[in-house]
Design a protein. Structure first.
Lengths: 204, 604
């Protein structure tokens, strides 16, 4: 059978199911905890315990030190508590909202100081990007890819990181970046195309 | 950019994660962050600063933000950009010239080679000549042309004209050796009139000569009708064009997509391939070449044989010994896969002459050809299944698009309804605005009814004589005579509307009945206007507000002296609806609501 690009993307979406996908009960549980926290912020502890690790990991992947990650994570949860009244349930996991706060917090940091953006790559994940680029798997290609990733603007790298290194669904990427799922998909594959071109150029 | 890279950095351990957790500290920070602003010191500092700023603002800053200082206004300043007298355009062949007639009956005579380019060369080819006239007070007001003369006088006009020419957008000059002649219809004649040219560089009127009038008995006098039809009700109509266009674009786009899907659907024609069967032992079969157009499902295979079916009882092996002249194959109408093979014989002699025999057969393959056919079938069948799937998908897409189109149409209808509702709500809230519009509309209709009975009273009467101008420079010419400014009390006037809200004037135009000029005055603070008017005359005001509306203070207001605001004179104005953008209709309203009887009749 021949697959068109939509088929391919659809297959990726299926294989990239992450913790973003929560069942209805989990989502409703969060909603109940939010209501409790609104009456007494001490009740926010449950949500804090539940999502602290996830958010810390997300932030740690983007900064250089643990201390920095701790500080930003605390700021994210503080912002979440202060703005909890503004949170409106739209059927998405609460974590999406936290990621979005984290994304904004990091953006503010990088705007203030561009040097603080950091790329953390587990090289076992590189083969997927190389495969996506339609290239052969070898050390040279991996090294070249790392160099190319490092040269991408922060916002473009963010797409690649979330999609291929953190294996997030496009819906979740869209939610974090404040764009539509389709837009996230299109942008990500545009960046892949760009990487492909850059790689070909470098190889020639 | 170059980012810092860490490869295979050690991940966070559970103890690392625990180390960062501190909910108690977070709660403390939360409490600090949520102290109400009014309990913080910063609040009191802010209050102090804000109060100081407010005081400074009221002491030093003029209150009307929209007030445009006089110094910043252009010399020719049309107060309403959408209420302008339109230019007439004439295409003039420059080498030949020509004679052109304006709607008032004025005649423009262009001699040959009347135009020069910027560098003084004679212009050839078609030239765009633009021309317009101003005949009454409304024309003068909306033109923005100043009528003040020599700082102490005012020009009263019998008619003004503006003329210029361009070629491909480049302004042209007059050829002094071939002057354009204009015979302009005017509202008055007499020895008091002069011809003036508006020098826009020196910013003043320049008297050129005494006005030349020529008798043109042969030309019938024309009137400029300002009252062809009843004033329409100047109530804003609910406009849904924006929302409609947004949705319509989408709906149209989806319509195009649906068409694409439908044409795709039409192009997908899945044909189920014929499944090959292996030839059976000891059953008669025929080797027939079939037409690939007639039987494409058979022709795709090689070496097809047509084998007699098991239930065919008519076959006689003796028939195979006869030489048949014709063989035809016909497919069964149902999908049974049966083909009827008919043998017939027209030539020759003997028992079988003119005989024909038809047998039920099925296509079969022998040995290696069966394997080949089987392989071909698998390939064709896969294509067939793919086509079925594609067709199904195209159908689904077309169906979804149609549903989306219906939804959008519904949404567009809802939005239109919502716009209408919002408008109605807004309109209800501003009941006073409604009343104002209603009252002025009634007044307009009443005035129109009165006026329409005496149609001639509301037309600008033009004389049969013509004011002759030899155009030495392109620009504005005026047939005028200077007047003294009105003599009488100097007043500081404020204008209020029906709801006693103060109107902020951009400019105020004082009118005197029967005097064809407007005395333009401006506010000195955005609110109050000082001017002198003559109580001996019948006066009125036309006001252009700072937000671009037109208001009328009619003659009765000058009779009711109302004092207010610390001794200033207060005039009550009626606003004409802001949606007006038609100069003729606006003029109708102005003239119908300013003086108790139409003054244009007696202007002559």
């Amino acid at each position: 059978m021949h697959y068109n690009i939509n088929n391919v993307i659809m297959l990726h979406t299926i294989s990239f199911m992450t913790e973003y996908h929560q069942n209805e009960t989990q989502v409703k549980d969060d909603q109940a905890h939010i209501e409790l926290a609104l009456s007494d912020m001490a009740n926010f502890r449950v949500l804090y315990e539940k999502y602290y690790e996830t958010i810390l990991h997300y932030i740690y992947q983007r900064v250089n030190s643990k201390e920095e990650a701790y500080d930003i994570t605390s700021q994210v949860f503080l912002n979440a508590m202060v703005n909890l009244k503004k949170y409106s349930f739209r059927g998405l996991p609460f974590s999406s909202w936290l990621y979005r706060i984290a994304f904004n917090e990091l953006n503010m940091l990088f705007r203030k100081n561009k040097n603080r953006h950091c790329i953390n790559i587990d090289d076992t994940n590189l083969h997927e990007i190389v495969a996506e680029l339609g290239s052969e798997q070898n050390d040279d290609k991996h090294k070249l890819l790392i160099a190319l990733l490092a040269s991408l603007p922060v916002d473009e790298y963010e797409h690649i990181q979330m999609r291929f290194l953190e294996k997030r669904a496009f819906a979740e990427i869209g939610e974090i970046l404040g764009i539509t799922e389709n837009n996230a998909k299109v942008k990500t594959y545009r960046i892949i195309d760009k990487l492909k071109q850059l790689m070909l150029k470098k190889m020639n | 950019m170059k980012n810092k890279i860490n490869i295979n950095r050690k991940p966070l351990t559970p103890s690392d994660i625990e180390k960062g957790k501190n909910f108690n500290a977070l709660i403390e920070n939360y409490k600090k962050a949520t102290i109400p602003f009014y309990k913080r010191k910063l609040f009191y500092y802010s209050i102090g600063v804000a109060a100081s700023l407010i005081i400074l603002f009221f002491v030093f800053v003029p209150q009307n933000k929209q007030y445009t200082p006089l110094a910043q206004r252009p010399f020719i300043d049309p107060p309403c950009k959408n209420l302008q007298i339109k230019f007439a355009d004439y295409i003039v062949p420059a080498e030949q010239g020509g004679t052109y007639q304006y709607k008032t009956g004025s005649k423009i005579t262009v001699p040959a080679n009347a135009f020069l380019s910027k560098d003084g060369k004679i212009v050839k080819g078609d030239v765009n000549l633009v021309y317009r006239e101003f005949h009454d007070q409304a024309d003068i007001m909306f033109s923005g042309i100043p009528m003040a003369y020599d700082s102490i006088k005012q020009l009263a006009s019998a008619g003004m004209l503006e003329i210029s020419a361009n070629q491909n957008g480049n302004q042209l000059q007059v050829n002094p050796k071939a002057l354009i002649n204009v015979q302009m219809a005017c509202t008055d004649t007499g020895s008091q009139y002069n011809c003036y040219y508006l020098d826009t560089t020196a910013k003043k009127w320049v008297c050129i000569s005494k006005a030349d009038f020529i008798k043109t008995d042969s030309i019938k006098s024309k009137s400029i009708s300002t009252q062809d039809q009843a004033p329409r009700k100047y109530v804003m109509e609910i406009s849904d064009t924006s929302s409609r266009s947004i949705y319509q674009d989408k709906i149209n786009h989806i319509g195009a997509e649906i068409k694409k899907e439908q044409s795709l659907l039409a192009s997908i024609t899945p044909v189920k391939p014929l499944e090959p069967k292996e030839a059976a032992q000891d059953i008669q079969r025929f080797d027939i070449d079939v037409d690939s157009l007639q039987f494409p499902e058979v022709a795709v295979y090689k070496k097809v044989k047509f084998q007699i079916t098991g239930d065919e009882k008519n076959y006689d092996s003796n028939l195979s010994k006869i030489i048949w002249t014709n063989v035809t194959v016909k497919k069964a109408a149902d999908a049974s896969g049966i083909y009827y093979v008919t043998f017939s014989r027209n030539a020759g002699s003997g028992d079988y002459r003119n005989e024909s025999h038809t047998f039920k057969t099925t296509p079969v393959f022998e040995g290696k050809y069966y394997a080949d056919a089987k392989e071909k079938f698998d390939e064709l069948n896969q294509e067939y299944l793919n086509k079925i799937k594609d067709k199904k998908l195209a159908l689904q897409r077309a169906d979804s698009l149609q549903k989306l189109q219906v939804l959008l149409a519904k949404q567009a209808a809802l939005d239109r309804a919502k716009n209408a509702q919002d408008y109605a709500l807004t309109y209800k809230i501003d009941i006073n605005a409604q009343r104002r519009v209603d009252s002025i509309t009634k007044a307009q209709y009443k005035a129109w009814n009165n006026v329409s009975k005496k149609q001639s009273q509301v037309t600008t009467i033009l004389t049969s004589d013509r004011f002759e101008v030899r155009v030495m420079n392109f620009g504005t010419y005026n047939c005028d005579h200077p007047l003294d400014y009105p003599e009488g009390p100097k007043i500081a006037a404020r204008i209020i509307d029906d709801n006693h809200n103060v109107i902020h004037p951009y400019e105020i135009n004082l009118l005197e009945k029967n005097v064809n000029t407007v005395y333009k005055t401006y506010t000195y603070d955005g609110l109050t206007t000082q001017f002198t008017y003559s109580p001996k005359n019948i006066n009125a005001l036309w006001i252009i507000t700072s937000d671009g509306r037109v208001a009328i203070v009619d003659e009765t207001e000058f009779k009711n002296e109302t004092k207010g605001f610390g001794g200033e004179m207060v005039f009550h104005a009626r606003l004409i609806d802001v949606s007006l953008d038609d100069i003729d209709k606006t003029k109708d309203l102005l003239y119908a609501n300013t003086f108790t009887d139409n003054h244009l009749l007696s202007m002559k």
